[in-house]
Design a protein around this ligand. Structure first.
Ligand SMILES: Cc1cc2nc3c(=O)[nH]c(=O)nc-3n(C[C@H](O)[C@H](O)[C@H](O)COP(=O)(O)OP(=O)(O)OC[C@H]3O[C@@H](n4cnc5c(N)ncnc54)[C@H](O)[C@@H]3O)c2cc1C
Length: 321
């Protein structure tokens, strides 16, 4: 049977969005290949979270043990390796996240399975997967095929797929035996620090004006702030703007910033790197202003202006007045 394993990612007692996105695609692939989706859940004291998975997968494998309580790539990898040997799934889907990046390469070496990282689409043809990846900062897509193997590993970019909704039939829940000889954790969990909330919670904003490195200099920011104020929007930004200390971290959108879901997202001078786009996959209407007509942001935008933002902002402000 074409079993699709989905590695469940969780933190602080919450299952991360990427898990539900993987389950969406896992279920689609399983349906197309008459297979089955299995959520693989390793953690400590996680029993209460299982219904969120059993309502979205055909089967849930739960390894509930204190040694899995806080993420340690080596320990989780050993647990997963054991499950892969025992259940022999065709595909194993893992998030392209700090978790997944710690886990997947070592697992590929241990199992000998081929690995494709940062996939934005995955299909199955004649029992073998193929995947789509982006190269050259998102400007080129390439299709990846695999040599024949007993199993395949793929890490999937956050935001590449929608989240799976619960289905009515609960999946089977199994608790396999915890493998003997797990390595001792090599890291010690000290505390969990929430990111700053800031004056404005961009994650809750209905309208965001977002600024990227294209703003050029800190001295140009007041124009963008004025535009946001005139439009009644909150201000957000890409990572370089935070790295340059032009805006505080709580304004940052993306994989290492916040995930936002505004009704309107106006991106100014943002190229559209995948780490940024992952943070706006839930946005309603995306409008991009970028002077490079080939910028990847235009693929995510519903409306686009290929022009210098410093020509557009004054014109917009004038109209608004
Ligand atoms: C582990 C990791 C995590 C990351 N996390 C994040 C994250 O959370 N969020 C994030 O945003 N990035 C993140 N990044 C960085 C990401 O890869 C990109 O480098 C970043 O998003 C690029 O920001 P940008 O679009 O503002 O800048 P650039 O890529 O430099 O793009 C600037 C754009 O502005 C345009 N431009 C220039 N001048 C003008 C003008 N006058 N008018 C109009 N357009 C103009 C240019 O054509 C260009 O497209 C992360 C990277 C890594 C490795």
């Amino acid at each position: 049977m074409n079993d699709i394993f989905v590695v469940v990612e969780h933190r602080g007692g919450v299952i991360r969005d990427i898990t539900f996105e993987l389950l969406h695609q896992g279920r689609k692939l399983a349906r197309e290949s008459s297979g089955r989706t299995t959520a693989v859940f390793l953690g400590g004291g996680i029993g209460h979270l299982v219904p969120q998975l059993s309502s979205r997968a055909d089967r849930v494998l739960v390894l509930d043990d204190e040694r899995f309580a806080y993420f340690d790539g080596r320990v989780i990898q050993a647990g997963l390796f054991h499950l892969l040997q025992e259940y022999r799934p065709l595909l194993t889907l893992i998030g392209q996240t700090s978790w997944g990046l710690d886990l997947a390469p070592g697992l590929a070496v241990k199992t000998g399975y081929p690995l494709s990282t940062d996939c934005v689409d995955i299909g199955l043809e004649n029992g073998r997967p193929h995947a789509l990846r982006q190269i050259y900062a998102g400007k080129v897509f390439c299709r990846v095929s695999f040599p024949e193997a007993p199993g395949y590993l793929l890490t999937v970019r956050p935001g590449a797929f929608p989240a799976a909704a619960p289905e009515t039939l609960p999946g089977e829940v199994l608790s396999p035996v915890i493998p003997a000889g797990l390595p001792a954790p090599g890291k010690q969990f000290l505390e969990f620090i929430e990111s700053e909330a800031g004056e404005v919670d961009i994650a809750q904003a209905e309208f965001l004006v977002s600024v990227g490195r294209g703003v050029g200099e800190e001295e140009n920011l007041p124009q963008v702030k004025e535009l946001a104020r005139s439009l009644g929007a909150a201000l957000s930004c890409s990572r370089p703007v935070v790295d340059k200390k032009w805006l505080p971290k709580y304004h940052q959108v993306g994989t290492s910033g916040k995930t936002v879901k505004p009704r309107v997202y106006l991106a100014l001078g943002i190229s559209g790197a995948f780490q940024h786009l992952a943070g706006i996959s839930g946005a309603g209407t995306v409008i991009a202003i970028n002077k490079d007509p080939k910028a990847p942001i235009f693929r995510a935008a519903h409306y686009g202006v290929a022009e210098d933002m410093f020509k557009i902002i004054p014109a917009l402000l004038e109209k608004l007045e």
